[in-house]
Design a protein around this ligand. Structure first.
Ligand code: PFF
Ligand code: NA
Length: 446
């Protein structure tokens, strides 16, 4: 009896851990603004297709490697490669993943800092009765205050690295137990409110009625990057989670569950945000400020709105906290593998991420004209190139390793399905996910 209970507990714990990594800024902040810049429904259609064809199978590949290797990313890749008689250089994929999450965490922390600011602002009642124009102007003024942005970025990073240094990251997964249902509840409330606004039907058409002519190469590249980003796939960050996955748990079921949870959070947020966008005559392509401008307006119209808004930003902050911890762990683990103590490793990673994050934080003011590459400033670079290029590249290499390189029997055992299930997964990864990712990646460069 107690054994069954415990196993149930750990199966659930695994799903919660992966959901904690997946659900974060990507769903509530990034999805609406990237969809807004890429034509709405056209983007959503391609993004969902990529989640099904690439995201879920590659997520399984990534977790499966950790489950079969039972070590950190570099260790698992190295030992499985050795078992297969393949090159031990495969383990550098783990390092590439650590580099990717390094870049991602630097802007993730800056934007999470915005949530801290908005949490405090909503508690102080700053948004009560504010009009759309006032909220928008307030956000612009906030972005133009380098001191405030740096302060909040620093605070958030301290919260993340504190947990990582103490090595209690795993304990935090229980937080998701409480967090996810509350976040859902609040988003459903928001979506119900959205249904009463004038913008609702326009928002539904805009999100769900694709015009196929709107599917450009740009849309496809961004949709693919976002599919990897939102599922936290492609940076070996989920590989480590596979190592403590219960033996009898079905990997495909877990991956599909997480993907469904992740997409539904994004959809609810999208419905709420775009209803406000259209009701207020705002521009869906307004960029990274979209959520921060629309949601205060939406909540301001609800009874007790200032408090709901504060609760919302608190939940968002907790959700991004668990994702950020997942982003930091692999880097710290990699340094530990290289012989550093945990505290020193955390300090180094924290310092590096903080410094790179400074450049992002200042990209809205002091460094707005510092455009080192592609005409983009540092924030625009680190928030687009790692998600759109590094994650798919890491993902496709992970997929190649799982479906072509590592011993078949080990892969089959770690996937935990029957023969037909394994053949299906392997077929999809070999003949759909890998070629598709390559084609999109190559066309991004042509
Ligand atoms: N999946 C997270 C989100 O949607 O906010 C972001 C993320 C976490 C990306 C971990 C990559 C990663 F390795
Ligand atoms: Na996500």
């Amino acid at each position: 009896m107690s054994e069954t209970l415990e196993r149930w507990g750990s199966k659930r714990a695994f799903i919660l851990a992966v959901t904690g990594a997946a659900v974060g800024l990507g769903n509530i902040w990034r999805f609406p603004y990237i969809a807004g810049e890429n034509g709405g429904a056209a983007f959503l259609l391609v993004y969902v297709a990529f989640v099904l064809l690439l995201g879920i199978p590659v997520m399984m590949a990534e977790i499966l490697i950790g489950r079969a290797g039972r070590r950190g990313p570099m260790g698992s890749l190295g030992s499985l490669a050795a078992q297969a008689g393949a090159s031990c250089h495969w383990r550098w994929l783990g390092l590439f993943g650590a580099l990717t999450v390094f870049c991602i965490l630097s802007f993730y922390s800056v934007v999470s800092g915005w949530s801290i600011e908005f949490l405090l602002a909503s508690l102080s009642g700053r948004f009560s009765g504010a009009t759309a124009a006032e909220v928008g102007a307030g956000f612009e003024a906030f972005l133009a205050s380098p001191g405030l942005l740096v302060l909040n970025h620093t605070l958030f990073l301290l919260l993340v690295m504190g947990v990582v240094a103490a090595g209690v990251a795993k304990g935090l997964e229980r937080l998701n137990n409480l967090l996810m249902p509350l976040l859902y509840l609040l988003l459903i409330l928001l979506a119900v409110y959205a249904a009463t606004t004038e913008g609702f039907s326009t928002a539904l058409v805009w999100l769900f009625k694709p015009s196929f002519a709107a599917i450009t190469l740009d849309v496809v590249v961004h949709a693919m990057g976002h599919a990897f980003f939102t599922l936290a796939v492609g940076a070996c960050a989920l590989m480590a989670y596979g190592a403590y996955m219960p033996d009898e748990q079905s990997l495909p079921k877990a991956a599909v569950t997480v993907a469904v949870l992740d997409i539904s959070v994004a959809l609810l947020a999208g419905i709420a945000i775009f209803s406000v966008v259209f009701a207020q005559g705002l521009n869906p392509a307004d960029g990274p400020g979209l959520m921060f401008v629309t949601l205060p307006i939406a909540f301001a119209e609800l009874p007790g709105g200032a408090y709901w808004l504060a609760v919302f930003f608190l939940l968002l902050l907790l959700a991004t906290w668990t994702s950020a911890i997942n982003l930091a762990e692999p880097m710290v683990a990699t340094l530990q593998g290289a012989g550093f103590g945990r505290r020193r490793a955390t300090l180094l990673v924290g310092l590096g991420v903080w410094l790179l994050g400074l450049l992002s934080a200042l990209s809205f003011s002091t460094l707005a004209d510092f455009r080192p590459l592609l005409g983009r400033n540092v924030f625009e670079l680190v928030s687009s190139v790692p998600p759109d290029i590094f994650l798919p590249l890491g993902g496709v290499l992970t997929a190649i390793f799982a479906a072509w390189i590592m011993p078949r029997a080990a892969a089959h055992r770690a996937l935990g399905t029957g023969e037909r299930g394994f053949a299906l997964w392997q077929g999809v990864v070999r003949w759909v996910a890998i070629p598709l990712t390559f084609v999109v990646l190559l066309s991004a460069f042509l």
